[in-house]
Write a protein that binds this ligand. Structure first.
Ligand code: C2O
Ligand code: CU
Ligand code: CU
Length: 513
C-alpha cells in the first residue's frame, strides 16, 4: 500500500457476544453463517471485502459457562470464488474446490466429529464435501476448565487464506474458580484479538500468493512461506484506540495473526499482570514488562491504569534492533485514560490463582522425538515438515486413550515454530539447546547447554508452545478423553498449509498383557 494510514483514530470495537439461536431440549443451539461482506477497518480506507462468521470480523464472541453444552451449526454461505488469489500449485491441492471451510475450536476438548478435522471441509450448502465430512452441526461439551479459546477455519491446504480473509473469533469458557478472584469484569474485561494485515490502496486485503503479484515488500513471494503484514489490526480496526477509566482492566489477548509473533510492551513502562494462558488461569500471577506471544497463544492480562489519569499509553510491539524504519507495526493500539472513574475499582490482582497438578514424568507411557525440519520441494520452494513426513503420510502419532506422553520437539530449522496439539492441554517441561551446525553436518544432536525450565508465564496449561530454533522443547500431556482423529501442527498458517501438519489418532488403550 502506498497510502499512509493515520494511527489511533478509530475506536476499538468490542466484539458482540453471541446469543443462542434457540434452545434444543434445554441446550443452547447456535446457527452461524460464514459469509462475505464489507466492513470499514479504518476511517480513511474504503470498506474492505472480508469473510466472517455472521458477517463480522473478527467473529462474535462465545461466552459460555463451564459444563453447559452447546451445539453450533457452522453454515457455509460463502461465494464460490475465493476472496484472495490462490496459487493452486502451492500445496498440490488444486483439484479441491476453491472455497471450502471447516471450523475448529482451538484449545477445545472436543469429540473428533466436532473438532474440525482439515479433511472434514465442505463447500457452500455442502455441494462438495471432504472425505471426512460428517456434519456441520458441532457439539462442544465445555467440560474443560475456564479458558480463553478461539475458533477459526481449518480447511485442508487453505487455512492461511480463510483465516486471513477473516474467519476467526474468540470463545470464552467461564468457571467458578474465576468468580472467587475478583478480577476486573463486565465492561472492564475486554478481548483483544490481534493480527496483522496488508491492504491495497482501494481498501482490499492484500495477500501475496502468486509469483506475479508483486508489491515492494514481496520481492519473490513464491519462496516466502510466511506472511508479515504492514498494519496491526485489533478487533477489526487498524491501529485503534480505547478510552479507559483510571482503574484496572482485564484483557484477553489472542494472537490471531498468520505468522507474526508479537513482543508487546507499554510505552508507559508499566507491567502486565498475566493471570491466564491458553488453558485458563495460571497458578499465580506473573508480572511482565514484555509479552512474547506466538500465533494462536492467549495471554489473559491485567493492566492497571489507575495512576495514569489523563495520560495516553501506547501498546507497542518490539520489532527488535534490525527493524526496518518504515515498518509501522511497532505500534499496536493506544489506551487513552480519559474516562471518569465511574465507581471505585473493587477488583484486585490476586497473587495465587488456581491449583494446577503437575503431570508426572514417572507415569509416562511413551516418549516421542519429533523433528521440525526445513527442506524444499521439486520446484525449490521451502517445504517445512514435522518429523520429515507430509500430511498424506500414514498416521504415526497414535497415543493411547488416557496415556501420558512426552513429545520432544526438536527444532532443526532456523526459526521458532509455535506447535499446537489438538484435543489436549499440555505442560511444558523444559527446553534444551543443541548444536544446529553439527546437526546440519551429520545429523547428530549434541547438547550445548543444560535444560531450562519454561518461563514463569508458561507454567500452566498450554495448547500452543514456542519451539525455538536449535532447541528441544519437551511437553507432557495426558491424551483423552476421546479417541479418534485429530491433528497437530505448526500454527504459522503458511507452515501448516505446506506441510507442517500431521494427523494424530488417539486409540483405545491396548489390553494389558
Ligand atoms: Cu488453531 Cu489446529 O488450530
Ligand atoms: Cu487447535
Ligand atoms: Cu512453523
Amino acid at each position: 500500500m502506498n497510502k499512509k494510514l493515520n494511527k489511533f483514530i478509530d475506536a476499538l470495537p468490542i466484539p458482540e457476544i453471541l446469543k443462542p439461536t434457540r434452545k434444543i431440549s434445554g441446550e443452547a443451539y447456535y446457527e452461524i453463517q460464514m459469509m462475505e461482506f464489507r466492513q470499514k477497518l479504518h476511517r480513511d480506507l474504503n470498506p474492505t471485502r472480508l469473510w466472517g462468521y455472521n458477517g463480522q470480523f473478527p467473529g462474535p464472541v462465545f461466552d459460555i459457562n463451564h459444563g453447559e453444552p452447546v451445539h453450533v451449526r457452522w453454515e457455509n454461505k460463502l461465494p464460490d470464488k475465493h476472496l484472495l488469489p490462490i496459487d493452486k500449485s502451492f500445496h498440490n491441492l488444486g483439484k479441491l474446490p476453491e472455497v471450502r471451510t471447516v471450523t475448529h475450536l482451538h484449545g477445545g476438548e472436543t469429540q473428533p466429529e466436532s473438532d474440525g478435522y482439515p479433511e472434514a471441509w465442505y463447500t457452500k450448502n455442502f455441494r462438495y464435501t471432504g472425505p471426512q465430512f460428517k456434519t456441520d452441526v458441532y457439539h462442544y461439551s465445555n467440560h474443560q476448565r475456564g479458558a480463553t479459546l478461539w475458533y477459526h477455519d481449518h480447511a485442508m491446504g487453505i487455512t492461511r487464506l480463510n483465516v486471513y480473509a477473516g474467519l476467526a473469533g474468540m470463545y470464552i469458557i467461564r468457571d467458578e474458580q474465576e468468580e472467587w478472584l475478583n478480577l476486573p469484569s463486565g465492561e472492564y474485561e475486554i478481548p483483544l484479538i490481534m493480527m496483522d494485515r496488508s491492504f491495497r490502496d482501494n481498501g482490499e486485503l492484500f495477500y501475496p500468493s502468486q509469483p506475479d503479484d508483486s508489491e515492494e515488500n514481496w520481492p519473490n513471494p513464491s519462496v516466502r512461506p510466511f506472511f508479515i503484514g504492514e498494519t496491526n489490526v485489533v478487533n477489526g480496526k487498524i491501529w485503534p484506540y480505547l478510552e479507559v477509566e483510571p482503574r484496572k482492566y482485564r484483557f484477553r489477548i489472542l494472537n490471531a495473526a498468520n505468522t507474526r509473533a508479537y513482543q508487546l510492551y507499554l510505552d508507559s513502562g508499566q507491567s502486565f499482570f498475566q493471570v491466564g494462558s491458553d488453558g485458563g488461569l495460571m497458578r499465580r500471577t506473573v508480572k511482565l514488562n514484555k509479552l512474547a506471544i506466538e500465533p494462536a497463544e492467549r495471554f489473559d492480562v491485567i493492566i492497571d491504569f489507575s495512576k495514569l489519569d489523563g495520560k495516553t499509553v501506547t501498546l507497542k510491539n518490539d520489532l527488535g534492533p534490525n527493524a526496518n524504519l518504515d515498518d509501522e507495526t511497532d505500534d499496536v493500539m493506544q489506551f487513552n485514560v480519559t474516562l471518569p472513574l465511574k465507581s471505585k475499582d473493587e477488583s484486585g490482582i490476586p497473587r495465587y490463582l488456581t491449583r494446577i497438578p503437575a503431570l508426572s514424568e514417572n507415569k509416562v507411557k511413551r516418549i516421542r522425538n519429533l523433528k521440525l525440519i526445513g527442506t524444499s520441494d521439486k520446484l525449490g520452494r521451502p517445504l517445512l515438515l514435522l518429523d520429515n513426513k507430509k500430511w498424506m503420510d500414514p498416521v504415526t502419532e497414535t497415543p493411547e486413550l488416557g496415556a501420558t506422553e512426552i513429545w520432544s520437539l526438536i527444532n532443526c530449522t532456523n526459526f521458532t515454530h509455535p506447535i499446537h496439539i489438538h484435543l489436549i492441554q499440555f505442560q511444558i517441561i523444559d527446553r534444551q539447546p543443541f548444536d544446529l551446525d553439527r546437526y546440519n553436518r551429520d545429523g547428530s544432536i549434541i547438547f550445548t547447554g543444560s535444560a531450562k525450565s519454561p518461563n514463569p508465564n508458561e507454567k500452566s496449561w498450554k495448547d500452543t508452545v514456542a519451539a525455538p530454533t536449535g532447541q528441544i522443547t519437551r511437553v507432557i500431556a495426558k491424551f483423552g478423553p476421546f479417541t479418534g482423529d485429530y491433528v497437530w501442527h505448526c500454527h504459522i498458517l503458511e507452515h501448516e498449509d505446506y506441510d507442517m501438519m500431521r494427523p494424530m489418532r488417539v486409540v483405545e488403550a491396548k489390553e494389558r498383557e
